[in-house]
Design a protein around this ligand. Structure first.
Ligand code: NAD
Length: 460
């Protein structure tokens, strides 16, 4: 992949800023046109996009199409349809009578020229979801793609100027040096998706310019199982989620906390579905993705090599970075599988004595992006809702919450801050401008403020 020449980066930012200053990105008709063009780009290049993602990640084309291309196609169109409603100024009416003639109102304004830094694991949706938000808000944007998904980055950099206004939207290809140069420049918002370590680099750079930041990060998303929900179905849903993109998804269940007496029943159910999903094993299945590269393959292999738990399913891998979905039982606090976000197809099971123990285990760690709980017990649900903190909370299925277009998505604490998807994406790139327009006729209500103050005022 050719990287964007570093010396071009300031010029790219300046071009976008000059475009924003002309006001061309502000009219709703213009924004709508760009959003429809983004949708067209998805429709007309669906195959090429799915092929690029398949080449980068080994992900089945259908999955890339359904989970990324279709989602951006649909959501760009929804944004175009909703723009009028979202951007409408709010005229305040519930105010004291004497201030009514001032026409207090709240306007939704574009922040300006923004930077979107995206990762490799869902390279399309994670770069273009913030982009449709920026377009909807009337902003210009640079999209920095990930060096780990070069086929997608190359394709996007070719397609984007064919569909969107190139003076307003630009792809920057590169890695650390290119991001470092981008971060030296002033932006009106930075939207970063990736890991918490780099998020600190982004935040520190943004702080120098007082730039607002959105951080979409990851972490260890736990699953609590109390045994009241159908165990076979729970295992089926969890196994499907964990194997998705070979476990390389920010919302994938990272580990399971199950009541001790239910652990073996859960494992039996996993074995049954494992055999059905991949009759010849995951490594021989066309429905199975691989690990992105050698670096992550070695990281995942090392985590598994050091576990003190017992491998009950999977464990094998190939030299081409395919790794079986691997289930490990009797994992205890301090294990290698609990050191960091796994971001791969390993699934540790930690037996606990009660739901409260599971809640305490989660509470002792960083706030997860998502918390999953399989239960039909309303008391367990109440306890989980009231006694835990997480960006999202899903009962009785995994990952599926992402398909609800209307739900906001984002983290809390170490899993990040800010909320995205549709209106929430639009709002990230919008600032609220409060206005008044005070007529001459209001002067009699304001006389009291002028000097010289009366004796009564001075004696106050
Ligand atoms: P990555 O390695 O692709 O990095 C993300 C971006 O940061 C890239 O554009 C990369 O060029 C840039 N970058 C890397 N090193 C840098 C440095 N030293 N300085 C400046 N920029 C640098 O992706 P990743 O971080 O491995 O992504 C995986 C992580 O992202 C996981 O933790 C996952 O949970 C999280 N994630 C979160 C979401 C979400 O929406 N919350 C979605 C996907 C992934």
């Amino acid at each position: 992949m050719d990287y964007t020449p570093i010396e071009e980066i300031p010029r790219i930012r300046d071009t976008l800023r000059a475009t924003f200053a002309t006001g061309v990105t502000k009219p709703l008709a213009w924004r709508r046109h760009q959003l429809f063009q983004l949708a067209r780009m998805m429709q007309e290049n669906a195959e090429a996009l799915a092929d690029a993602i398949n080449a980068d990640l080994g992900r089945p084309r259908m999955e890339a199409y359904m989970a990324e291309v279709c989602v951006i196609l649909e959501r760009s169109m929804i944004c175009a349809e909703k723009l009028e409603e979202w951007t409408k100024p709010e005229v305040l009416t519930d105010i004291p009578d004497w201030q009514k003639p001032w026409h207090p109102a709240v306007y939704k304004m574009p922040k300006g020229t923004v930077l979107i830094i995206s990762p490799w694991n869902y390279p399309l949706i994670l770069s273009l979801q913030p982009l449709y938000g920026a377009i909807s808000a009337g902003c210009c944007a640079v999209i920095k793609t990930s060096e780990y998904a070069p086929n997608y980055a190359n394709l996007l950099s070719q397609l984007l100027p064919q569909y969107l206004d190139p003076s307003a939207y630009h792809v920057v290809k590169g890695e650390v040096a290119e991001v470092t140069r981008l971060l030296e420049l002033q932006w009106d918002h930075i939207f970063y998706t990736g890991n918490g370590k780099i998020a600190r680099v982004i935040s520190a750079a943004a702080a120098k310019h007082l730039t607002p930041v959105t951080l979409e990060l990851g972490g260890k998303s736990p699953v609590i199982i109390d045994g009241t929900f159908d165990m076979r179905l729970a295992a089926k849903r969890i196994l499907w989620a964990k194997a998705n993109n070979s476990g390389q998804m920010c919302v994938i269940p990272d580990y399971i906390l199950v009541l001790r007496e239910k652990q073996d029943e859960l494992i039996e159910a996993f074995k049954e579905h494992y055999a059905t999903f991949w009759p010849d094993g995951p490594l021989n299945s066309k429905s199975y993705s691989r690990i992105v590269n050698e670096l992550h393959f070695k990281r995942v292999s090392d985590l598994l090599a050091r576990t003190k738990g017992e491998i009950v399913l999977g464990g094998k891998s190939t030299s081409s970075f395919s790794f079986e979905t691997t289930i490990v039982k009797n994992v205890a606090d301090g294990d290698s599988l609990l050191e960091q976000e796994i971001f791969g197809p390993l699934l540790p099971i930690i037996p606990v004595d009660s739901v409260q123990d599971a809640i305490d285990f989660i509470g002792a760690r960083n706030h997860p992006l998502v918390l999953y709980a399989f239960t039909e017990d309303s008391e367990t649900k109440r306890k989980v809702i009231e006694n835990t903190t997480s960006g999202n909370l899903a009962f009785n299925d995994c990952v599926q919450q992402l398909t609800v277009n209307e739900l906001p998505f984002g983290g809390v604490g170490e899993s990040g801050y800010g909320r995205q998807v549709l209106k929430y994406s639009y709002e990230l790139f919008t600032y609220i401008r409060a206005t008044v327009d005070i007529p001459k006729s209001a002067e009699h209500t304001l006389e009291v403020r002028y000097a010289p103050y009366s004796k009564e005022q001075l004696d106050f």
